[in-house]
Design a protein around this ligand. Structure first.
Ligand code: PMP
Length: 401
């Protein structure tokens, strides 16, 4: 009998995409659906990005390019990260990939042998688990429930790093929680990391431009510059510039790590396309008014979503300070029945299904992120849908008994 490699069986299809597919199906059936499910920005990059892509198309060489990324792209990325205080890196510290997801996959391939441990906080972005499982790595999950604002404590990190995992993977601002670590919190975690020299640290910080309330973005290398010897910063154009489909991601870190990623690129993809590269350079070095305006808009939407959940008795909703997600703990609903439909709500998946079927609102069950007490709201829907969507959720909870 013909066999698949075992790693294929370990990879699961994305739970987020499944919710999005269900919502799409109901919409096609004529239902009025409001989607809070998929984490895509609701804006396009500025006209200068399209102009650069058109110009590149007119002058495209059609040749293979650099495995690392073009010099112009690397320089634009270096200038971009210097704006958030990540300076002192050179092109040799950087590599590019087909989105941050691909960069993360390359990093995991470069740093983890089968059976090595990668540790990361829960809730986590879904692909972390899948990437580790495809590669046959052991996963050490560090639970961070709503009662601790979904944030990792220095004591938890200390205990985890004492076991010498090969990689510690950190995500700030967080998908799915939207939580942002303060300067003091990052500094305390950086002190712990400094005491444990046997672990690589990946900071997946692709939402670093989407930070609210003036808290700012902080990285371990800001707190402890010496950590740049083993901290790898990951960034992407997807969320910041409204360019998820263009597929451009980056890393900045030790030269040895960048070199390993470049070698993997030379075998996996060869190079980013020339047209994409031109668009990416334009996004990084052109006017920044689109991302700035959107960040202000997301902050206002955050307030609206948090206020809606705060008004539901028993729901615990930590207040995010970044990205475009809210992650309320809705476990108060479990064991109850939605009276009008007679649906019993046993867990997060049943809650999301009932919300979709009865109110036409799509959310992602928290179990997709390792936290089955919660659900994730992505609030990038068209503006007129936000208030009605939240109103439907409030009604749903009021109808539980
Ligand atoms: N990391 C996190 C935390 C994300 O939320 C996402 C996208 N949802 C990615 C990485 C992947 O981003 P990209 O589109 O650049 O592959």
């Amino acid at each position: 009998m013909l066999q698949f490699a075992r790693r294929v069986g370990r990879a699961k299809p994305s739970a987020i995409m499944q919710v999005a597919e269900n919502a799409k199906r109901l919409k096609a059936e004529g239902r009025d659906i409001i989607s809070f499910s998929i984490g895509v920005p609701n804006f396009l990059p500025g006209e200068h990005v399209y102009a650069a892509a058109r110009d590149a198309l007119a002058h495209d060489s059609g040749q293979y390019g650099s495995n690392r990324g073009s010099d112009a792209l690397l320089d634009a990325f270096l200038a971009h990260i210097a704006q958030v205080g990540l300076s002192g890196y050179t092109r040799a510290n950087c590599a590019t990939g087909i989105g941050a997801k691909h960069v993360l996959y390359n990093l995991a391939e470069a740093l983890l042998e089968e059976g090595d441990t990668i540790a990361f906080p829960v809730p986590y972005w879904t692909s972390y688990l899948d990437i580790a499982e495809i590669l046959g790595a052991n996963v050490e999950l560090l639970p961070c429930p709503a009662s601790q604002d979904y944030k990792l404590t220095p004591a938890q990190l200390d205990a985890a790093l004492a076991k010498k995992p090969r990689v510690f993977l950190f995500n700030n601002p967080s998908n799915p929680t939207g939580m942002v670590y303060s300067k003091a919190e990052i500094s305390a975690l950086a002190d712990v990391i400094a005491r444990h020299p046997d672990t690589w640290v990946i900071t997946d910080d692709i939402y670093n431009r989407m930070v609210f309330d003036g808290v700012g973005y902080h990285n371990f290398v800001h707190a402890r510059p010496g950590l740049r010897e083993r901290v790898i910063f990951v960034d992407s154009l997807s969320k910041t510039y409204g360019m998820p489909g263009w597929r451009v991601g980056f890393m900045a870190g030790p030269e040895s790590v960048a070199k390993a990623v470049v070698t993997l690129n030379s075998n996996h993809i060869t190079n980013l396309p020339e047209i994409t590269t031109a668009a990416a350079v334009a996004a990084l070095s052109g006017p920044q008014d689109v991302p700035q305006a959107r960040c202000a808009e997301f902050q206002a939407r955050r307030d609206q979503v948090v206020a809606a959940f705060a008004a539901i008795p028993g729901v615990v909703c930590p207040r995010p300070q970044g990205a475009f997600y809210v992650f309320p703990d809705v476990s108060v609903a479990f064991g109850k029945t939605h009276a009008p439909s007679g649906t019993r709500i046993g867990n997060d998946v049943e809650l999301c299904n009932a919300l979709l079927e009865t109110k036409g609102v799509a959310c992602v069950p928290g179990s997709a992120f390792g936290e089955p007490r919660a659900l994730r709201i992505s609030y990038t829907c068209p503006a007129p849908q936000l208030a009605p969507g939240l109103q439907r959720i409030r009604e749903f909870f009021a109808e539980l008994s």
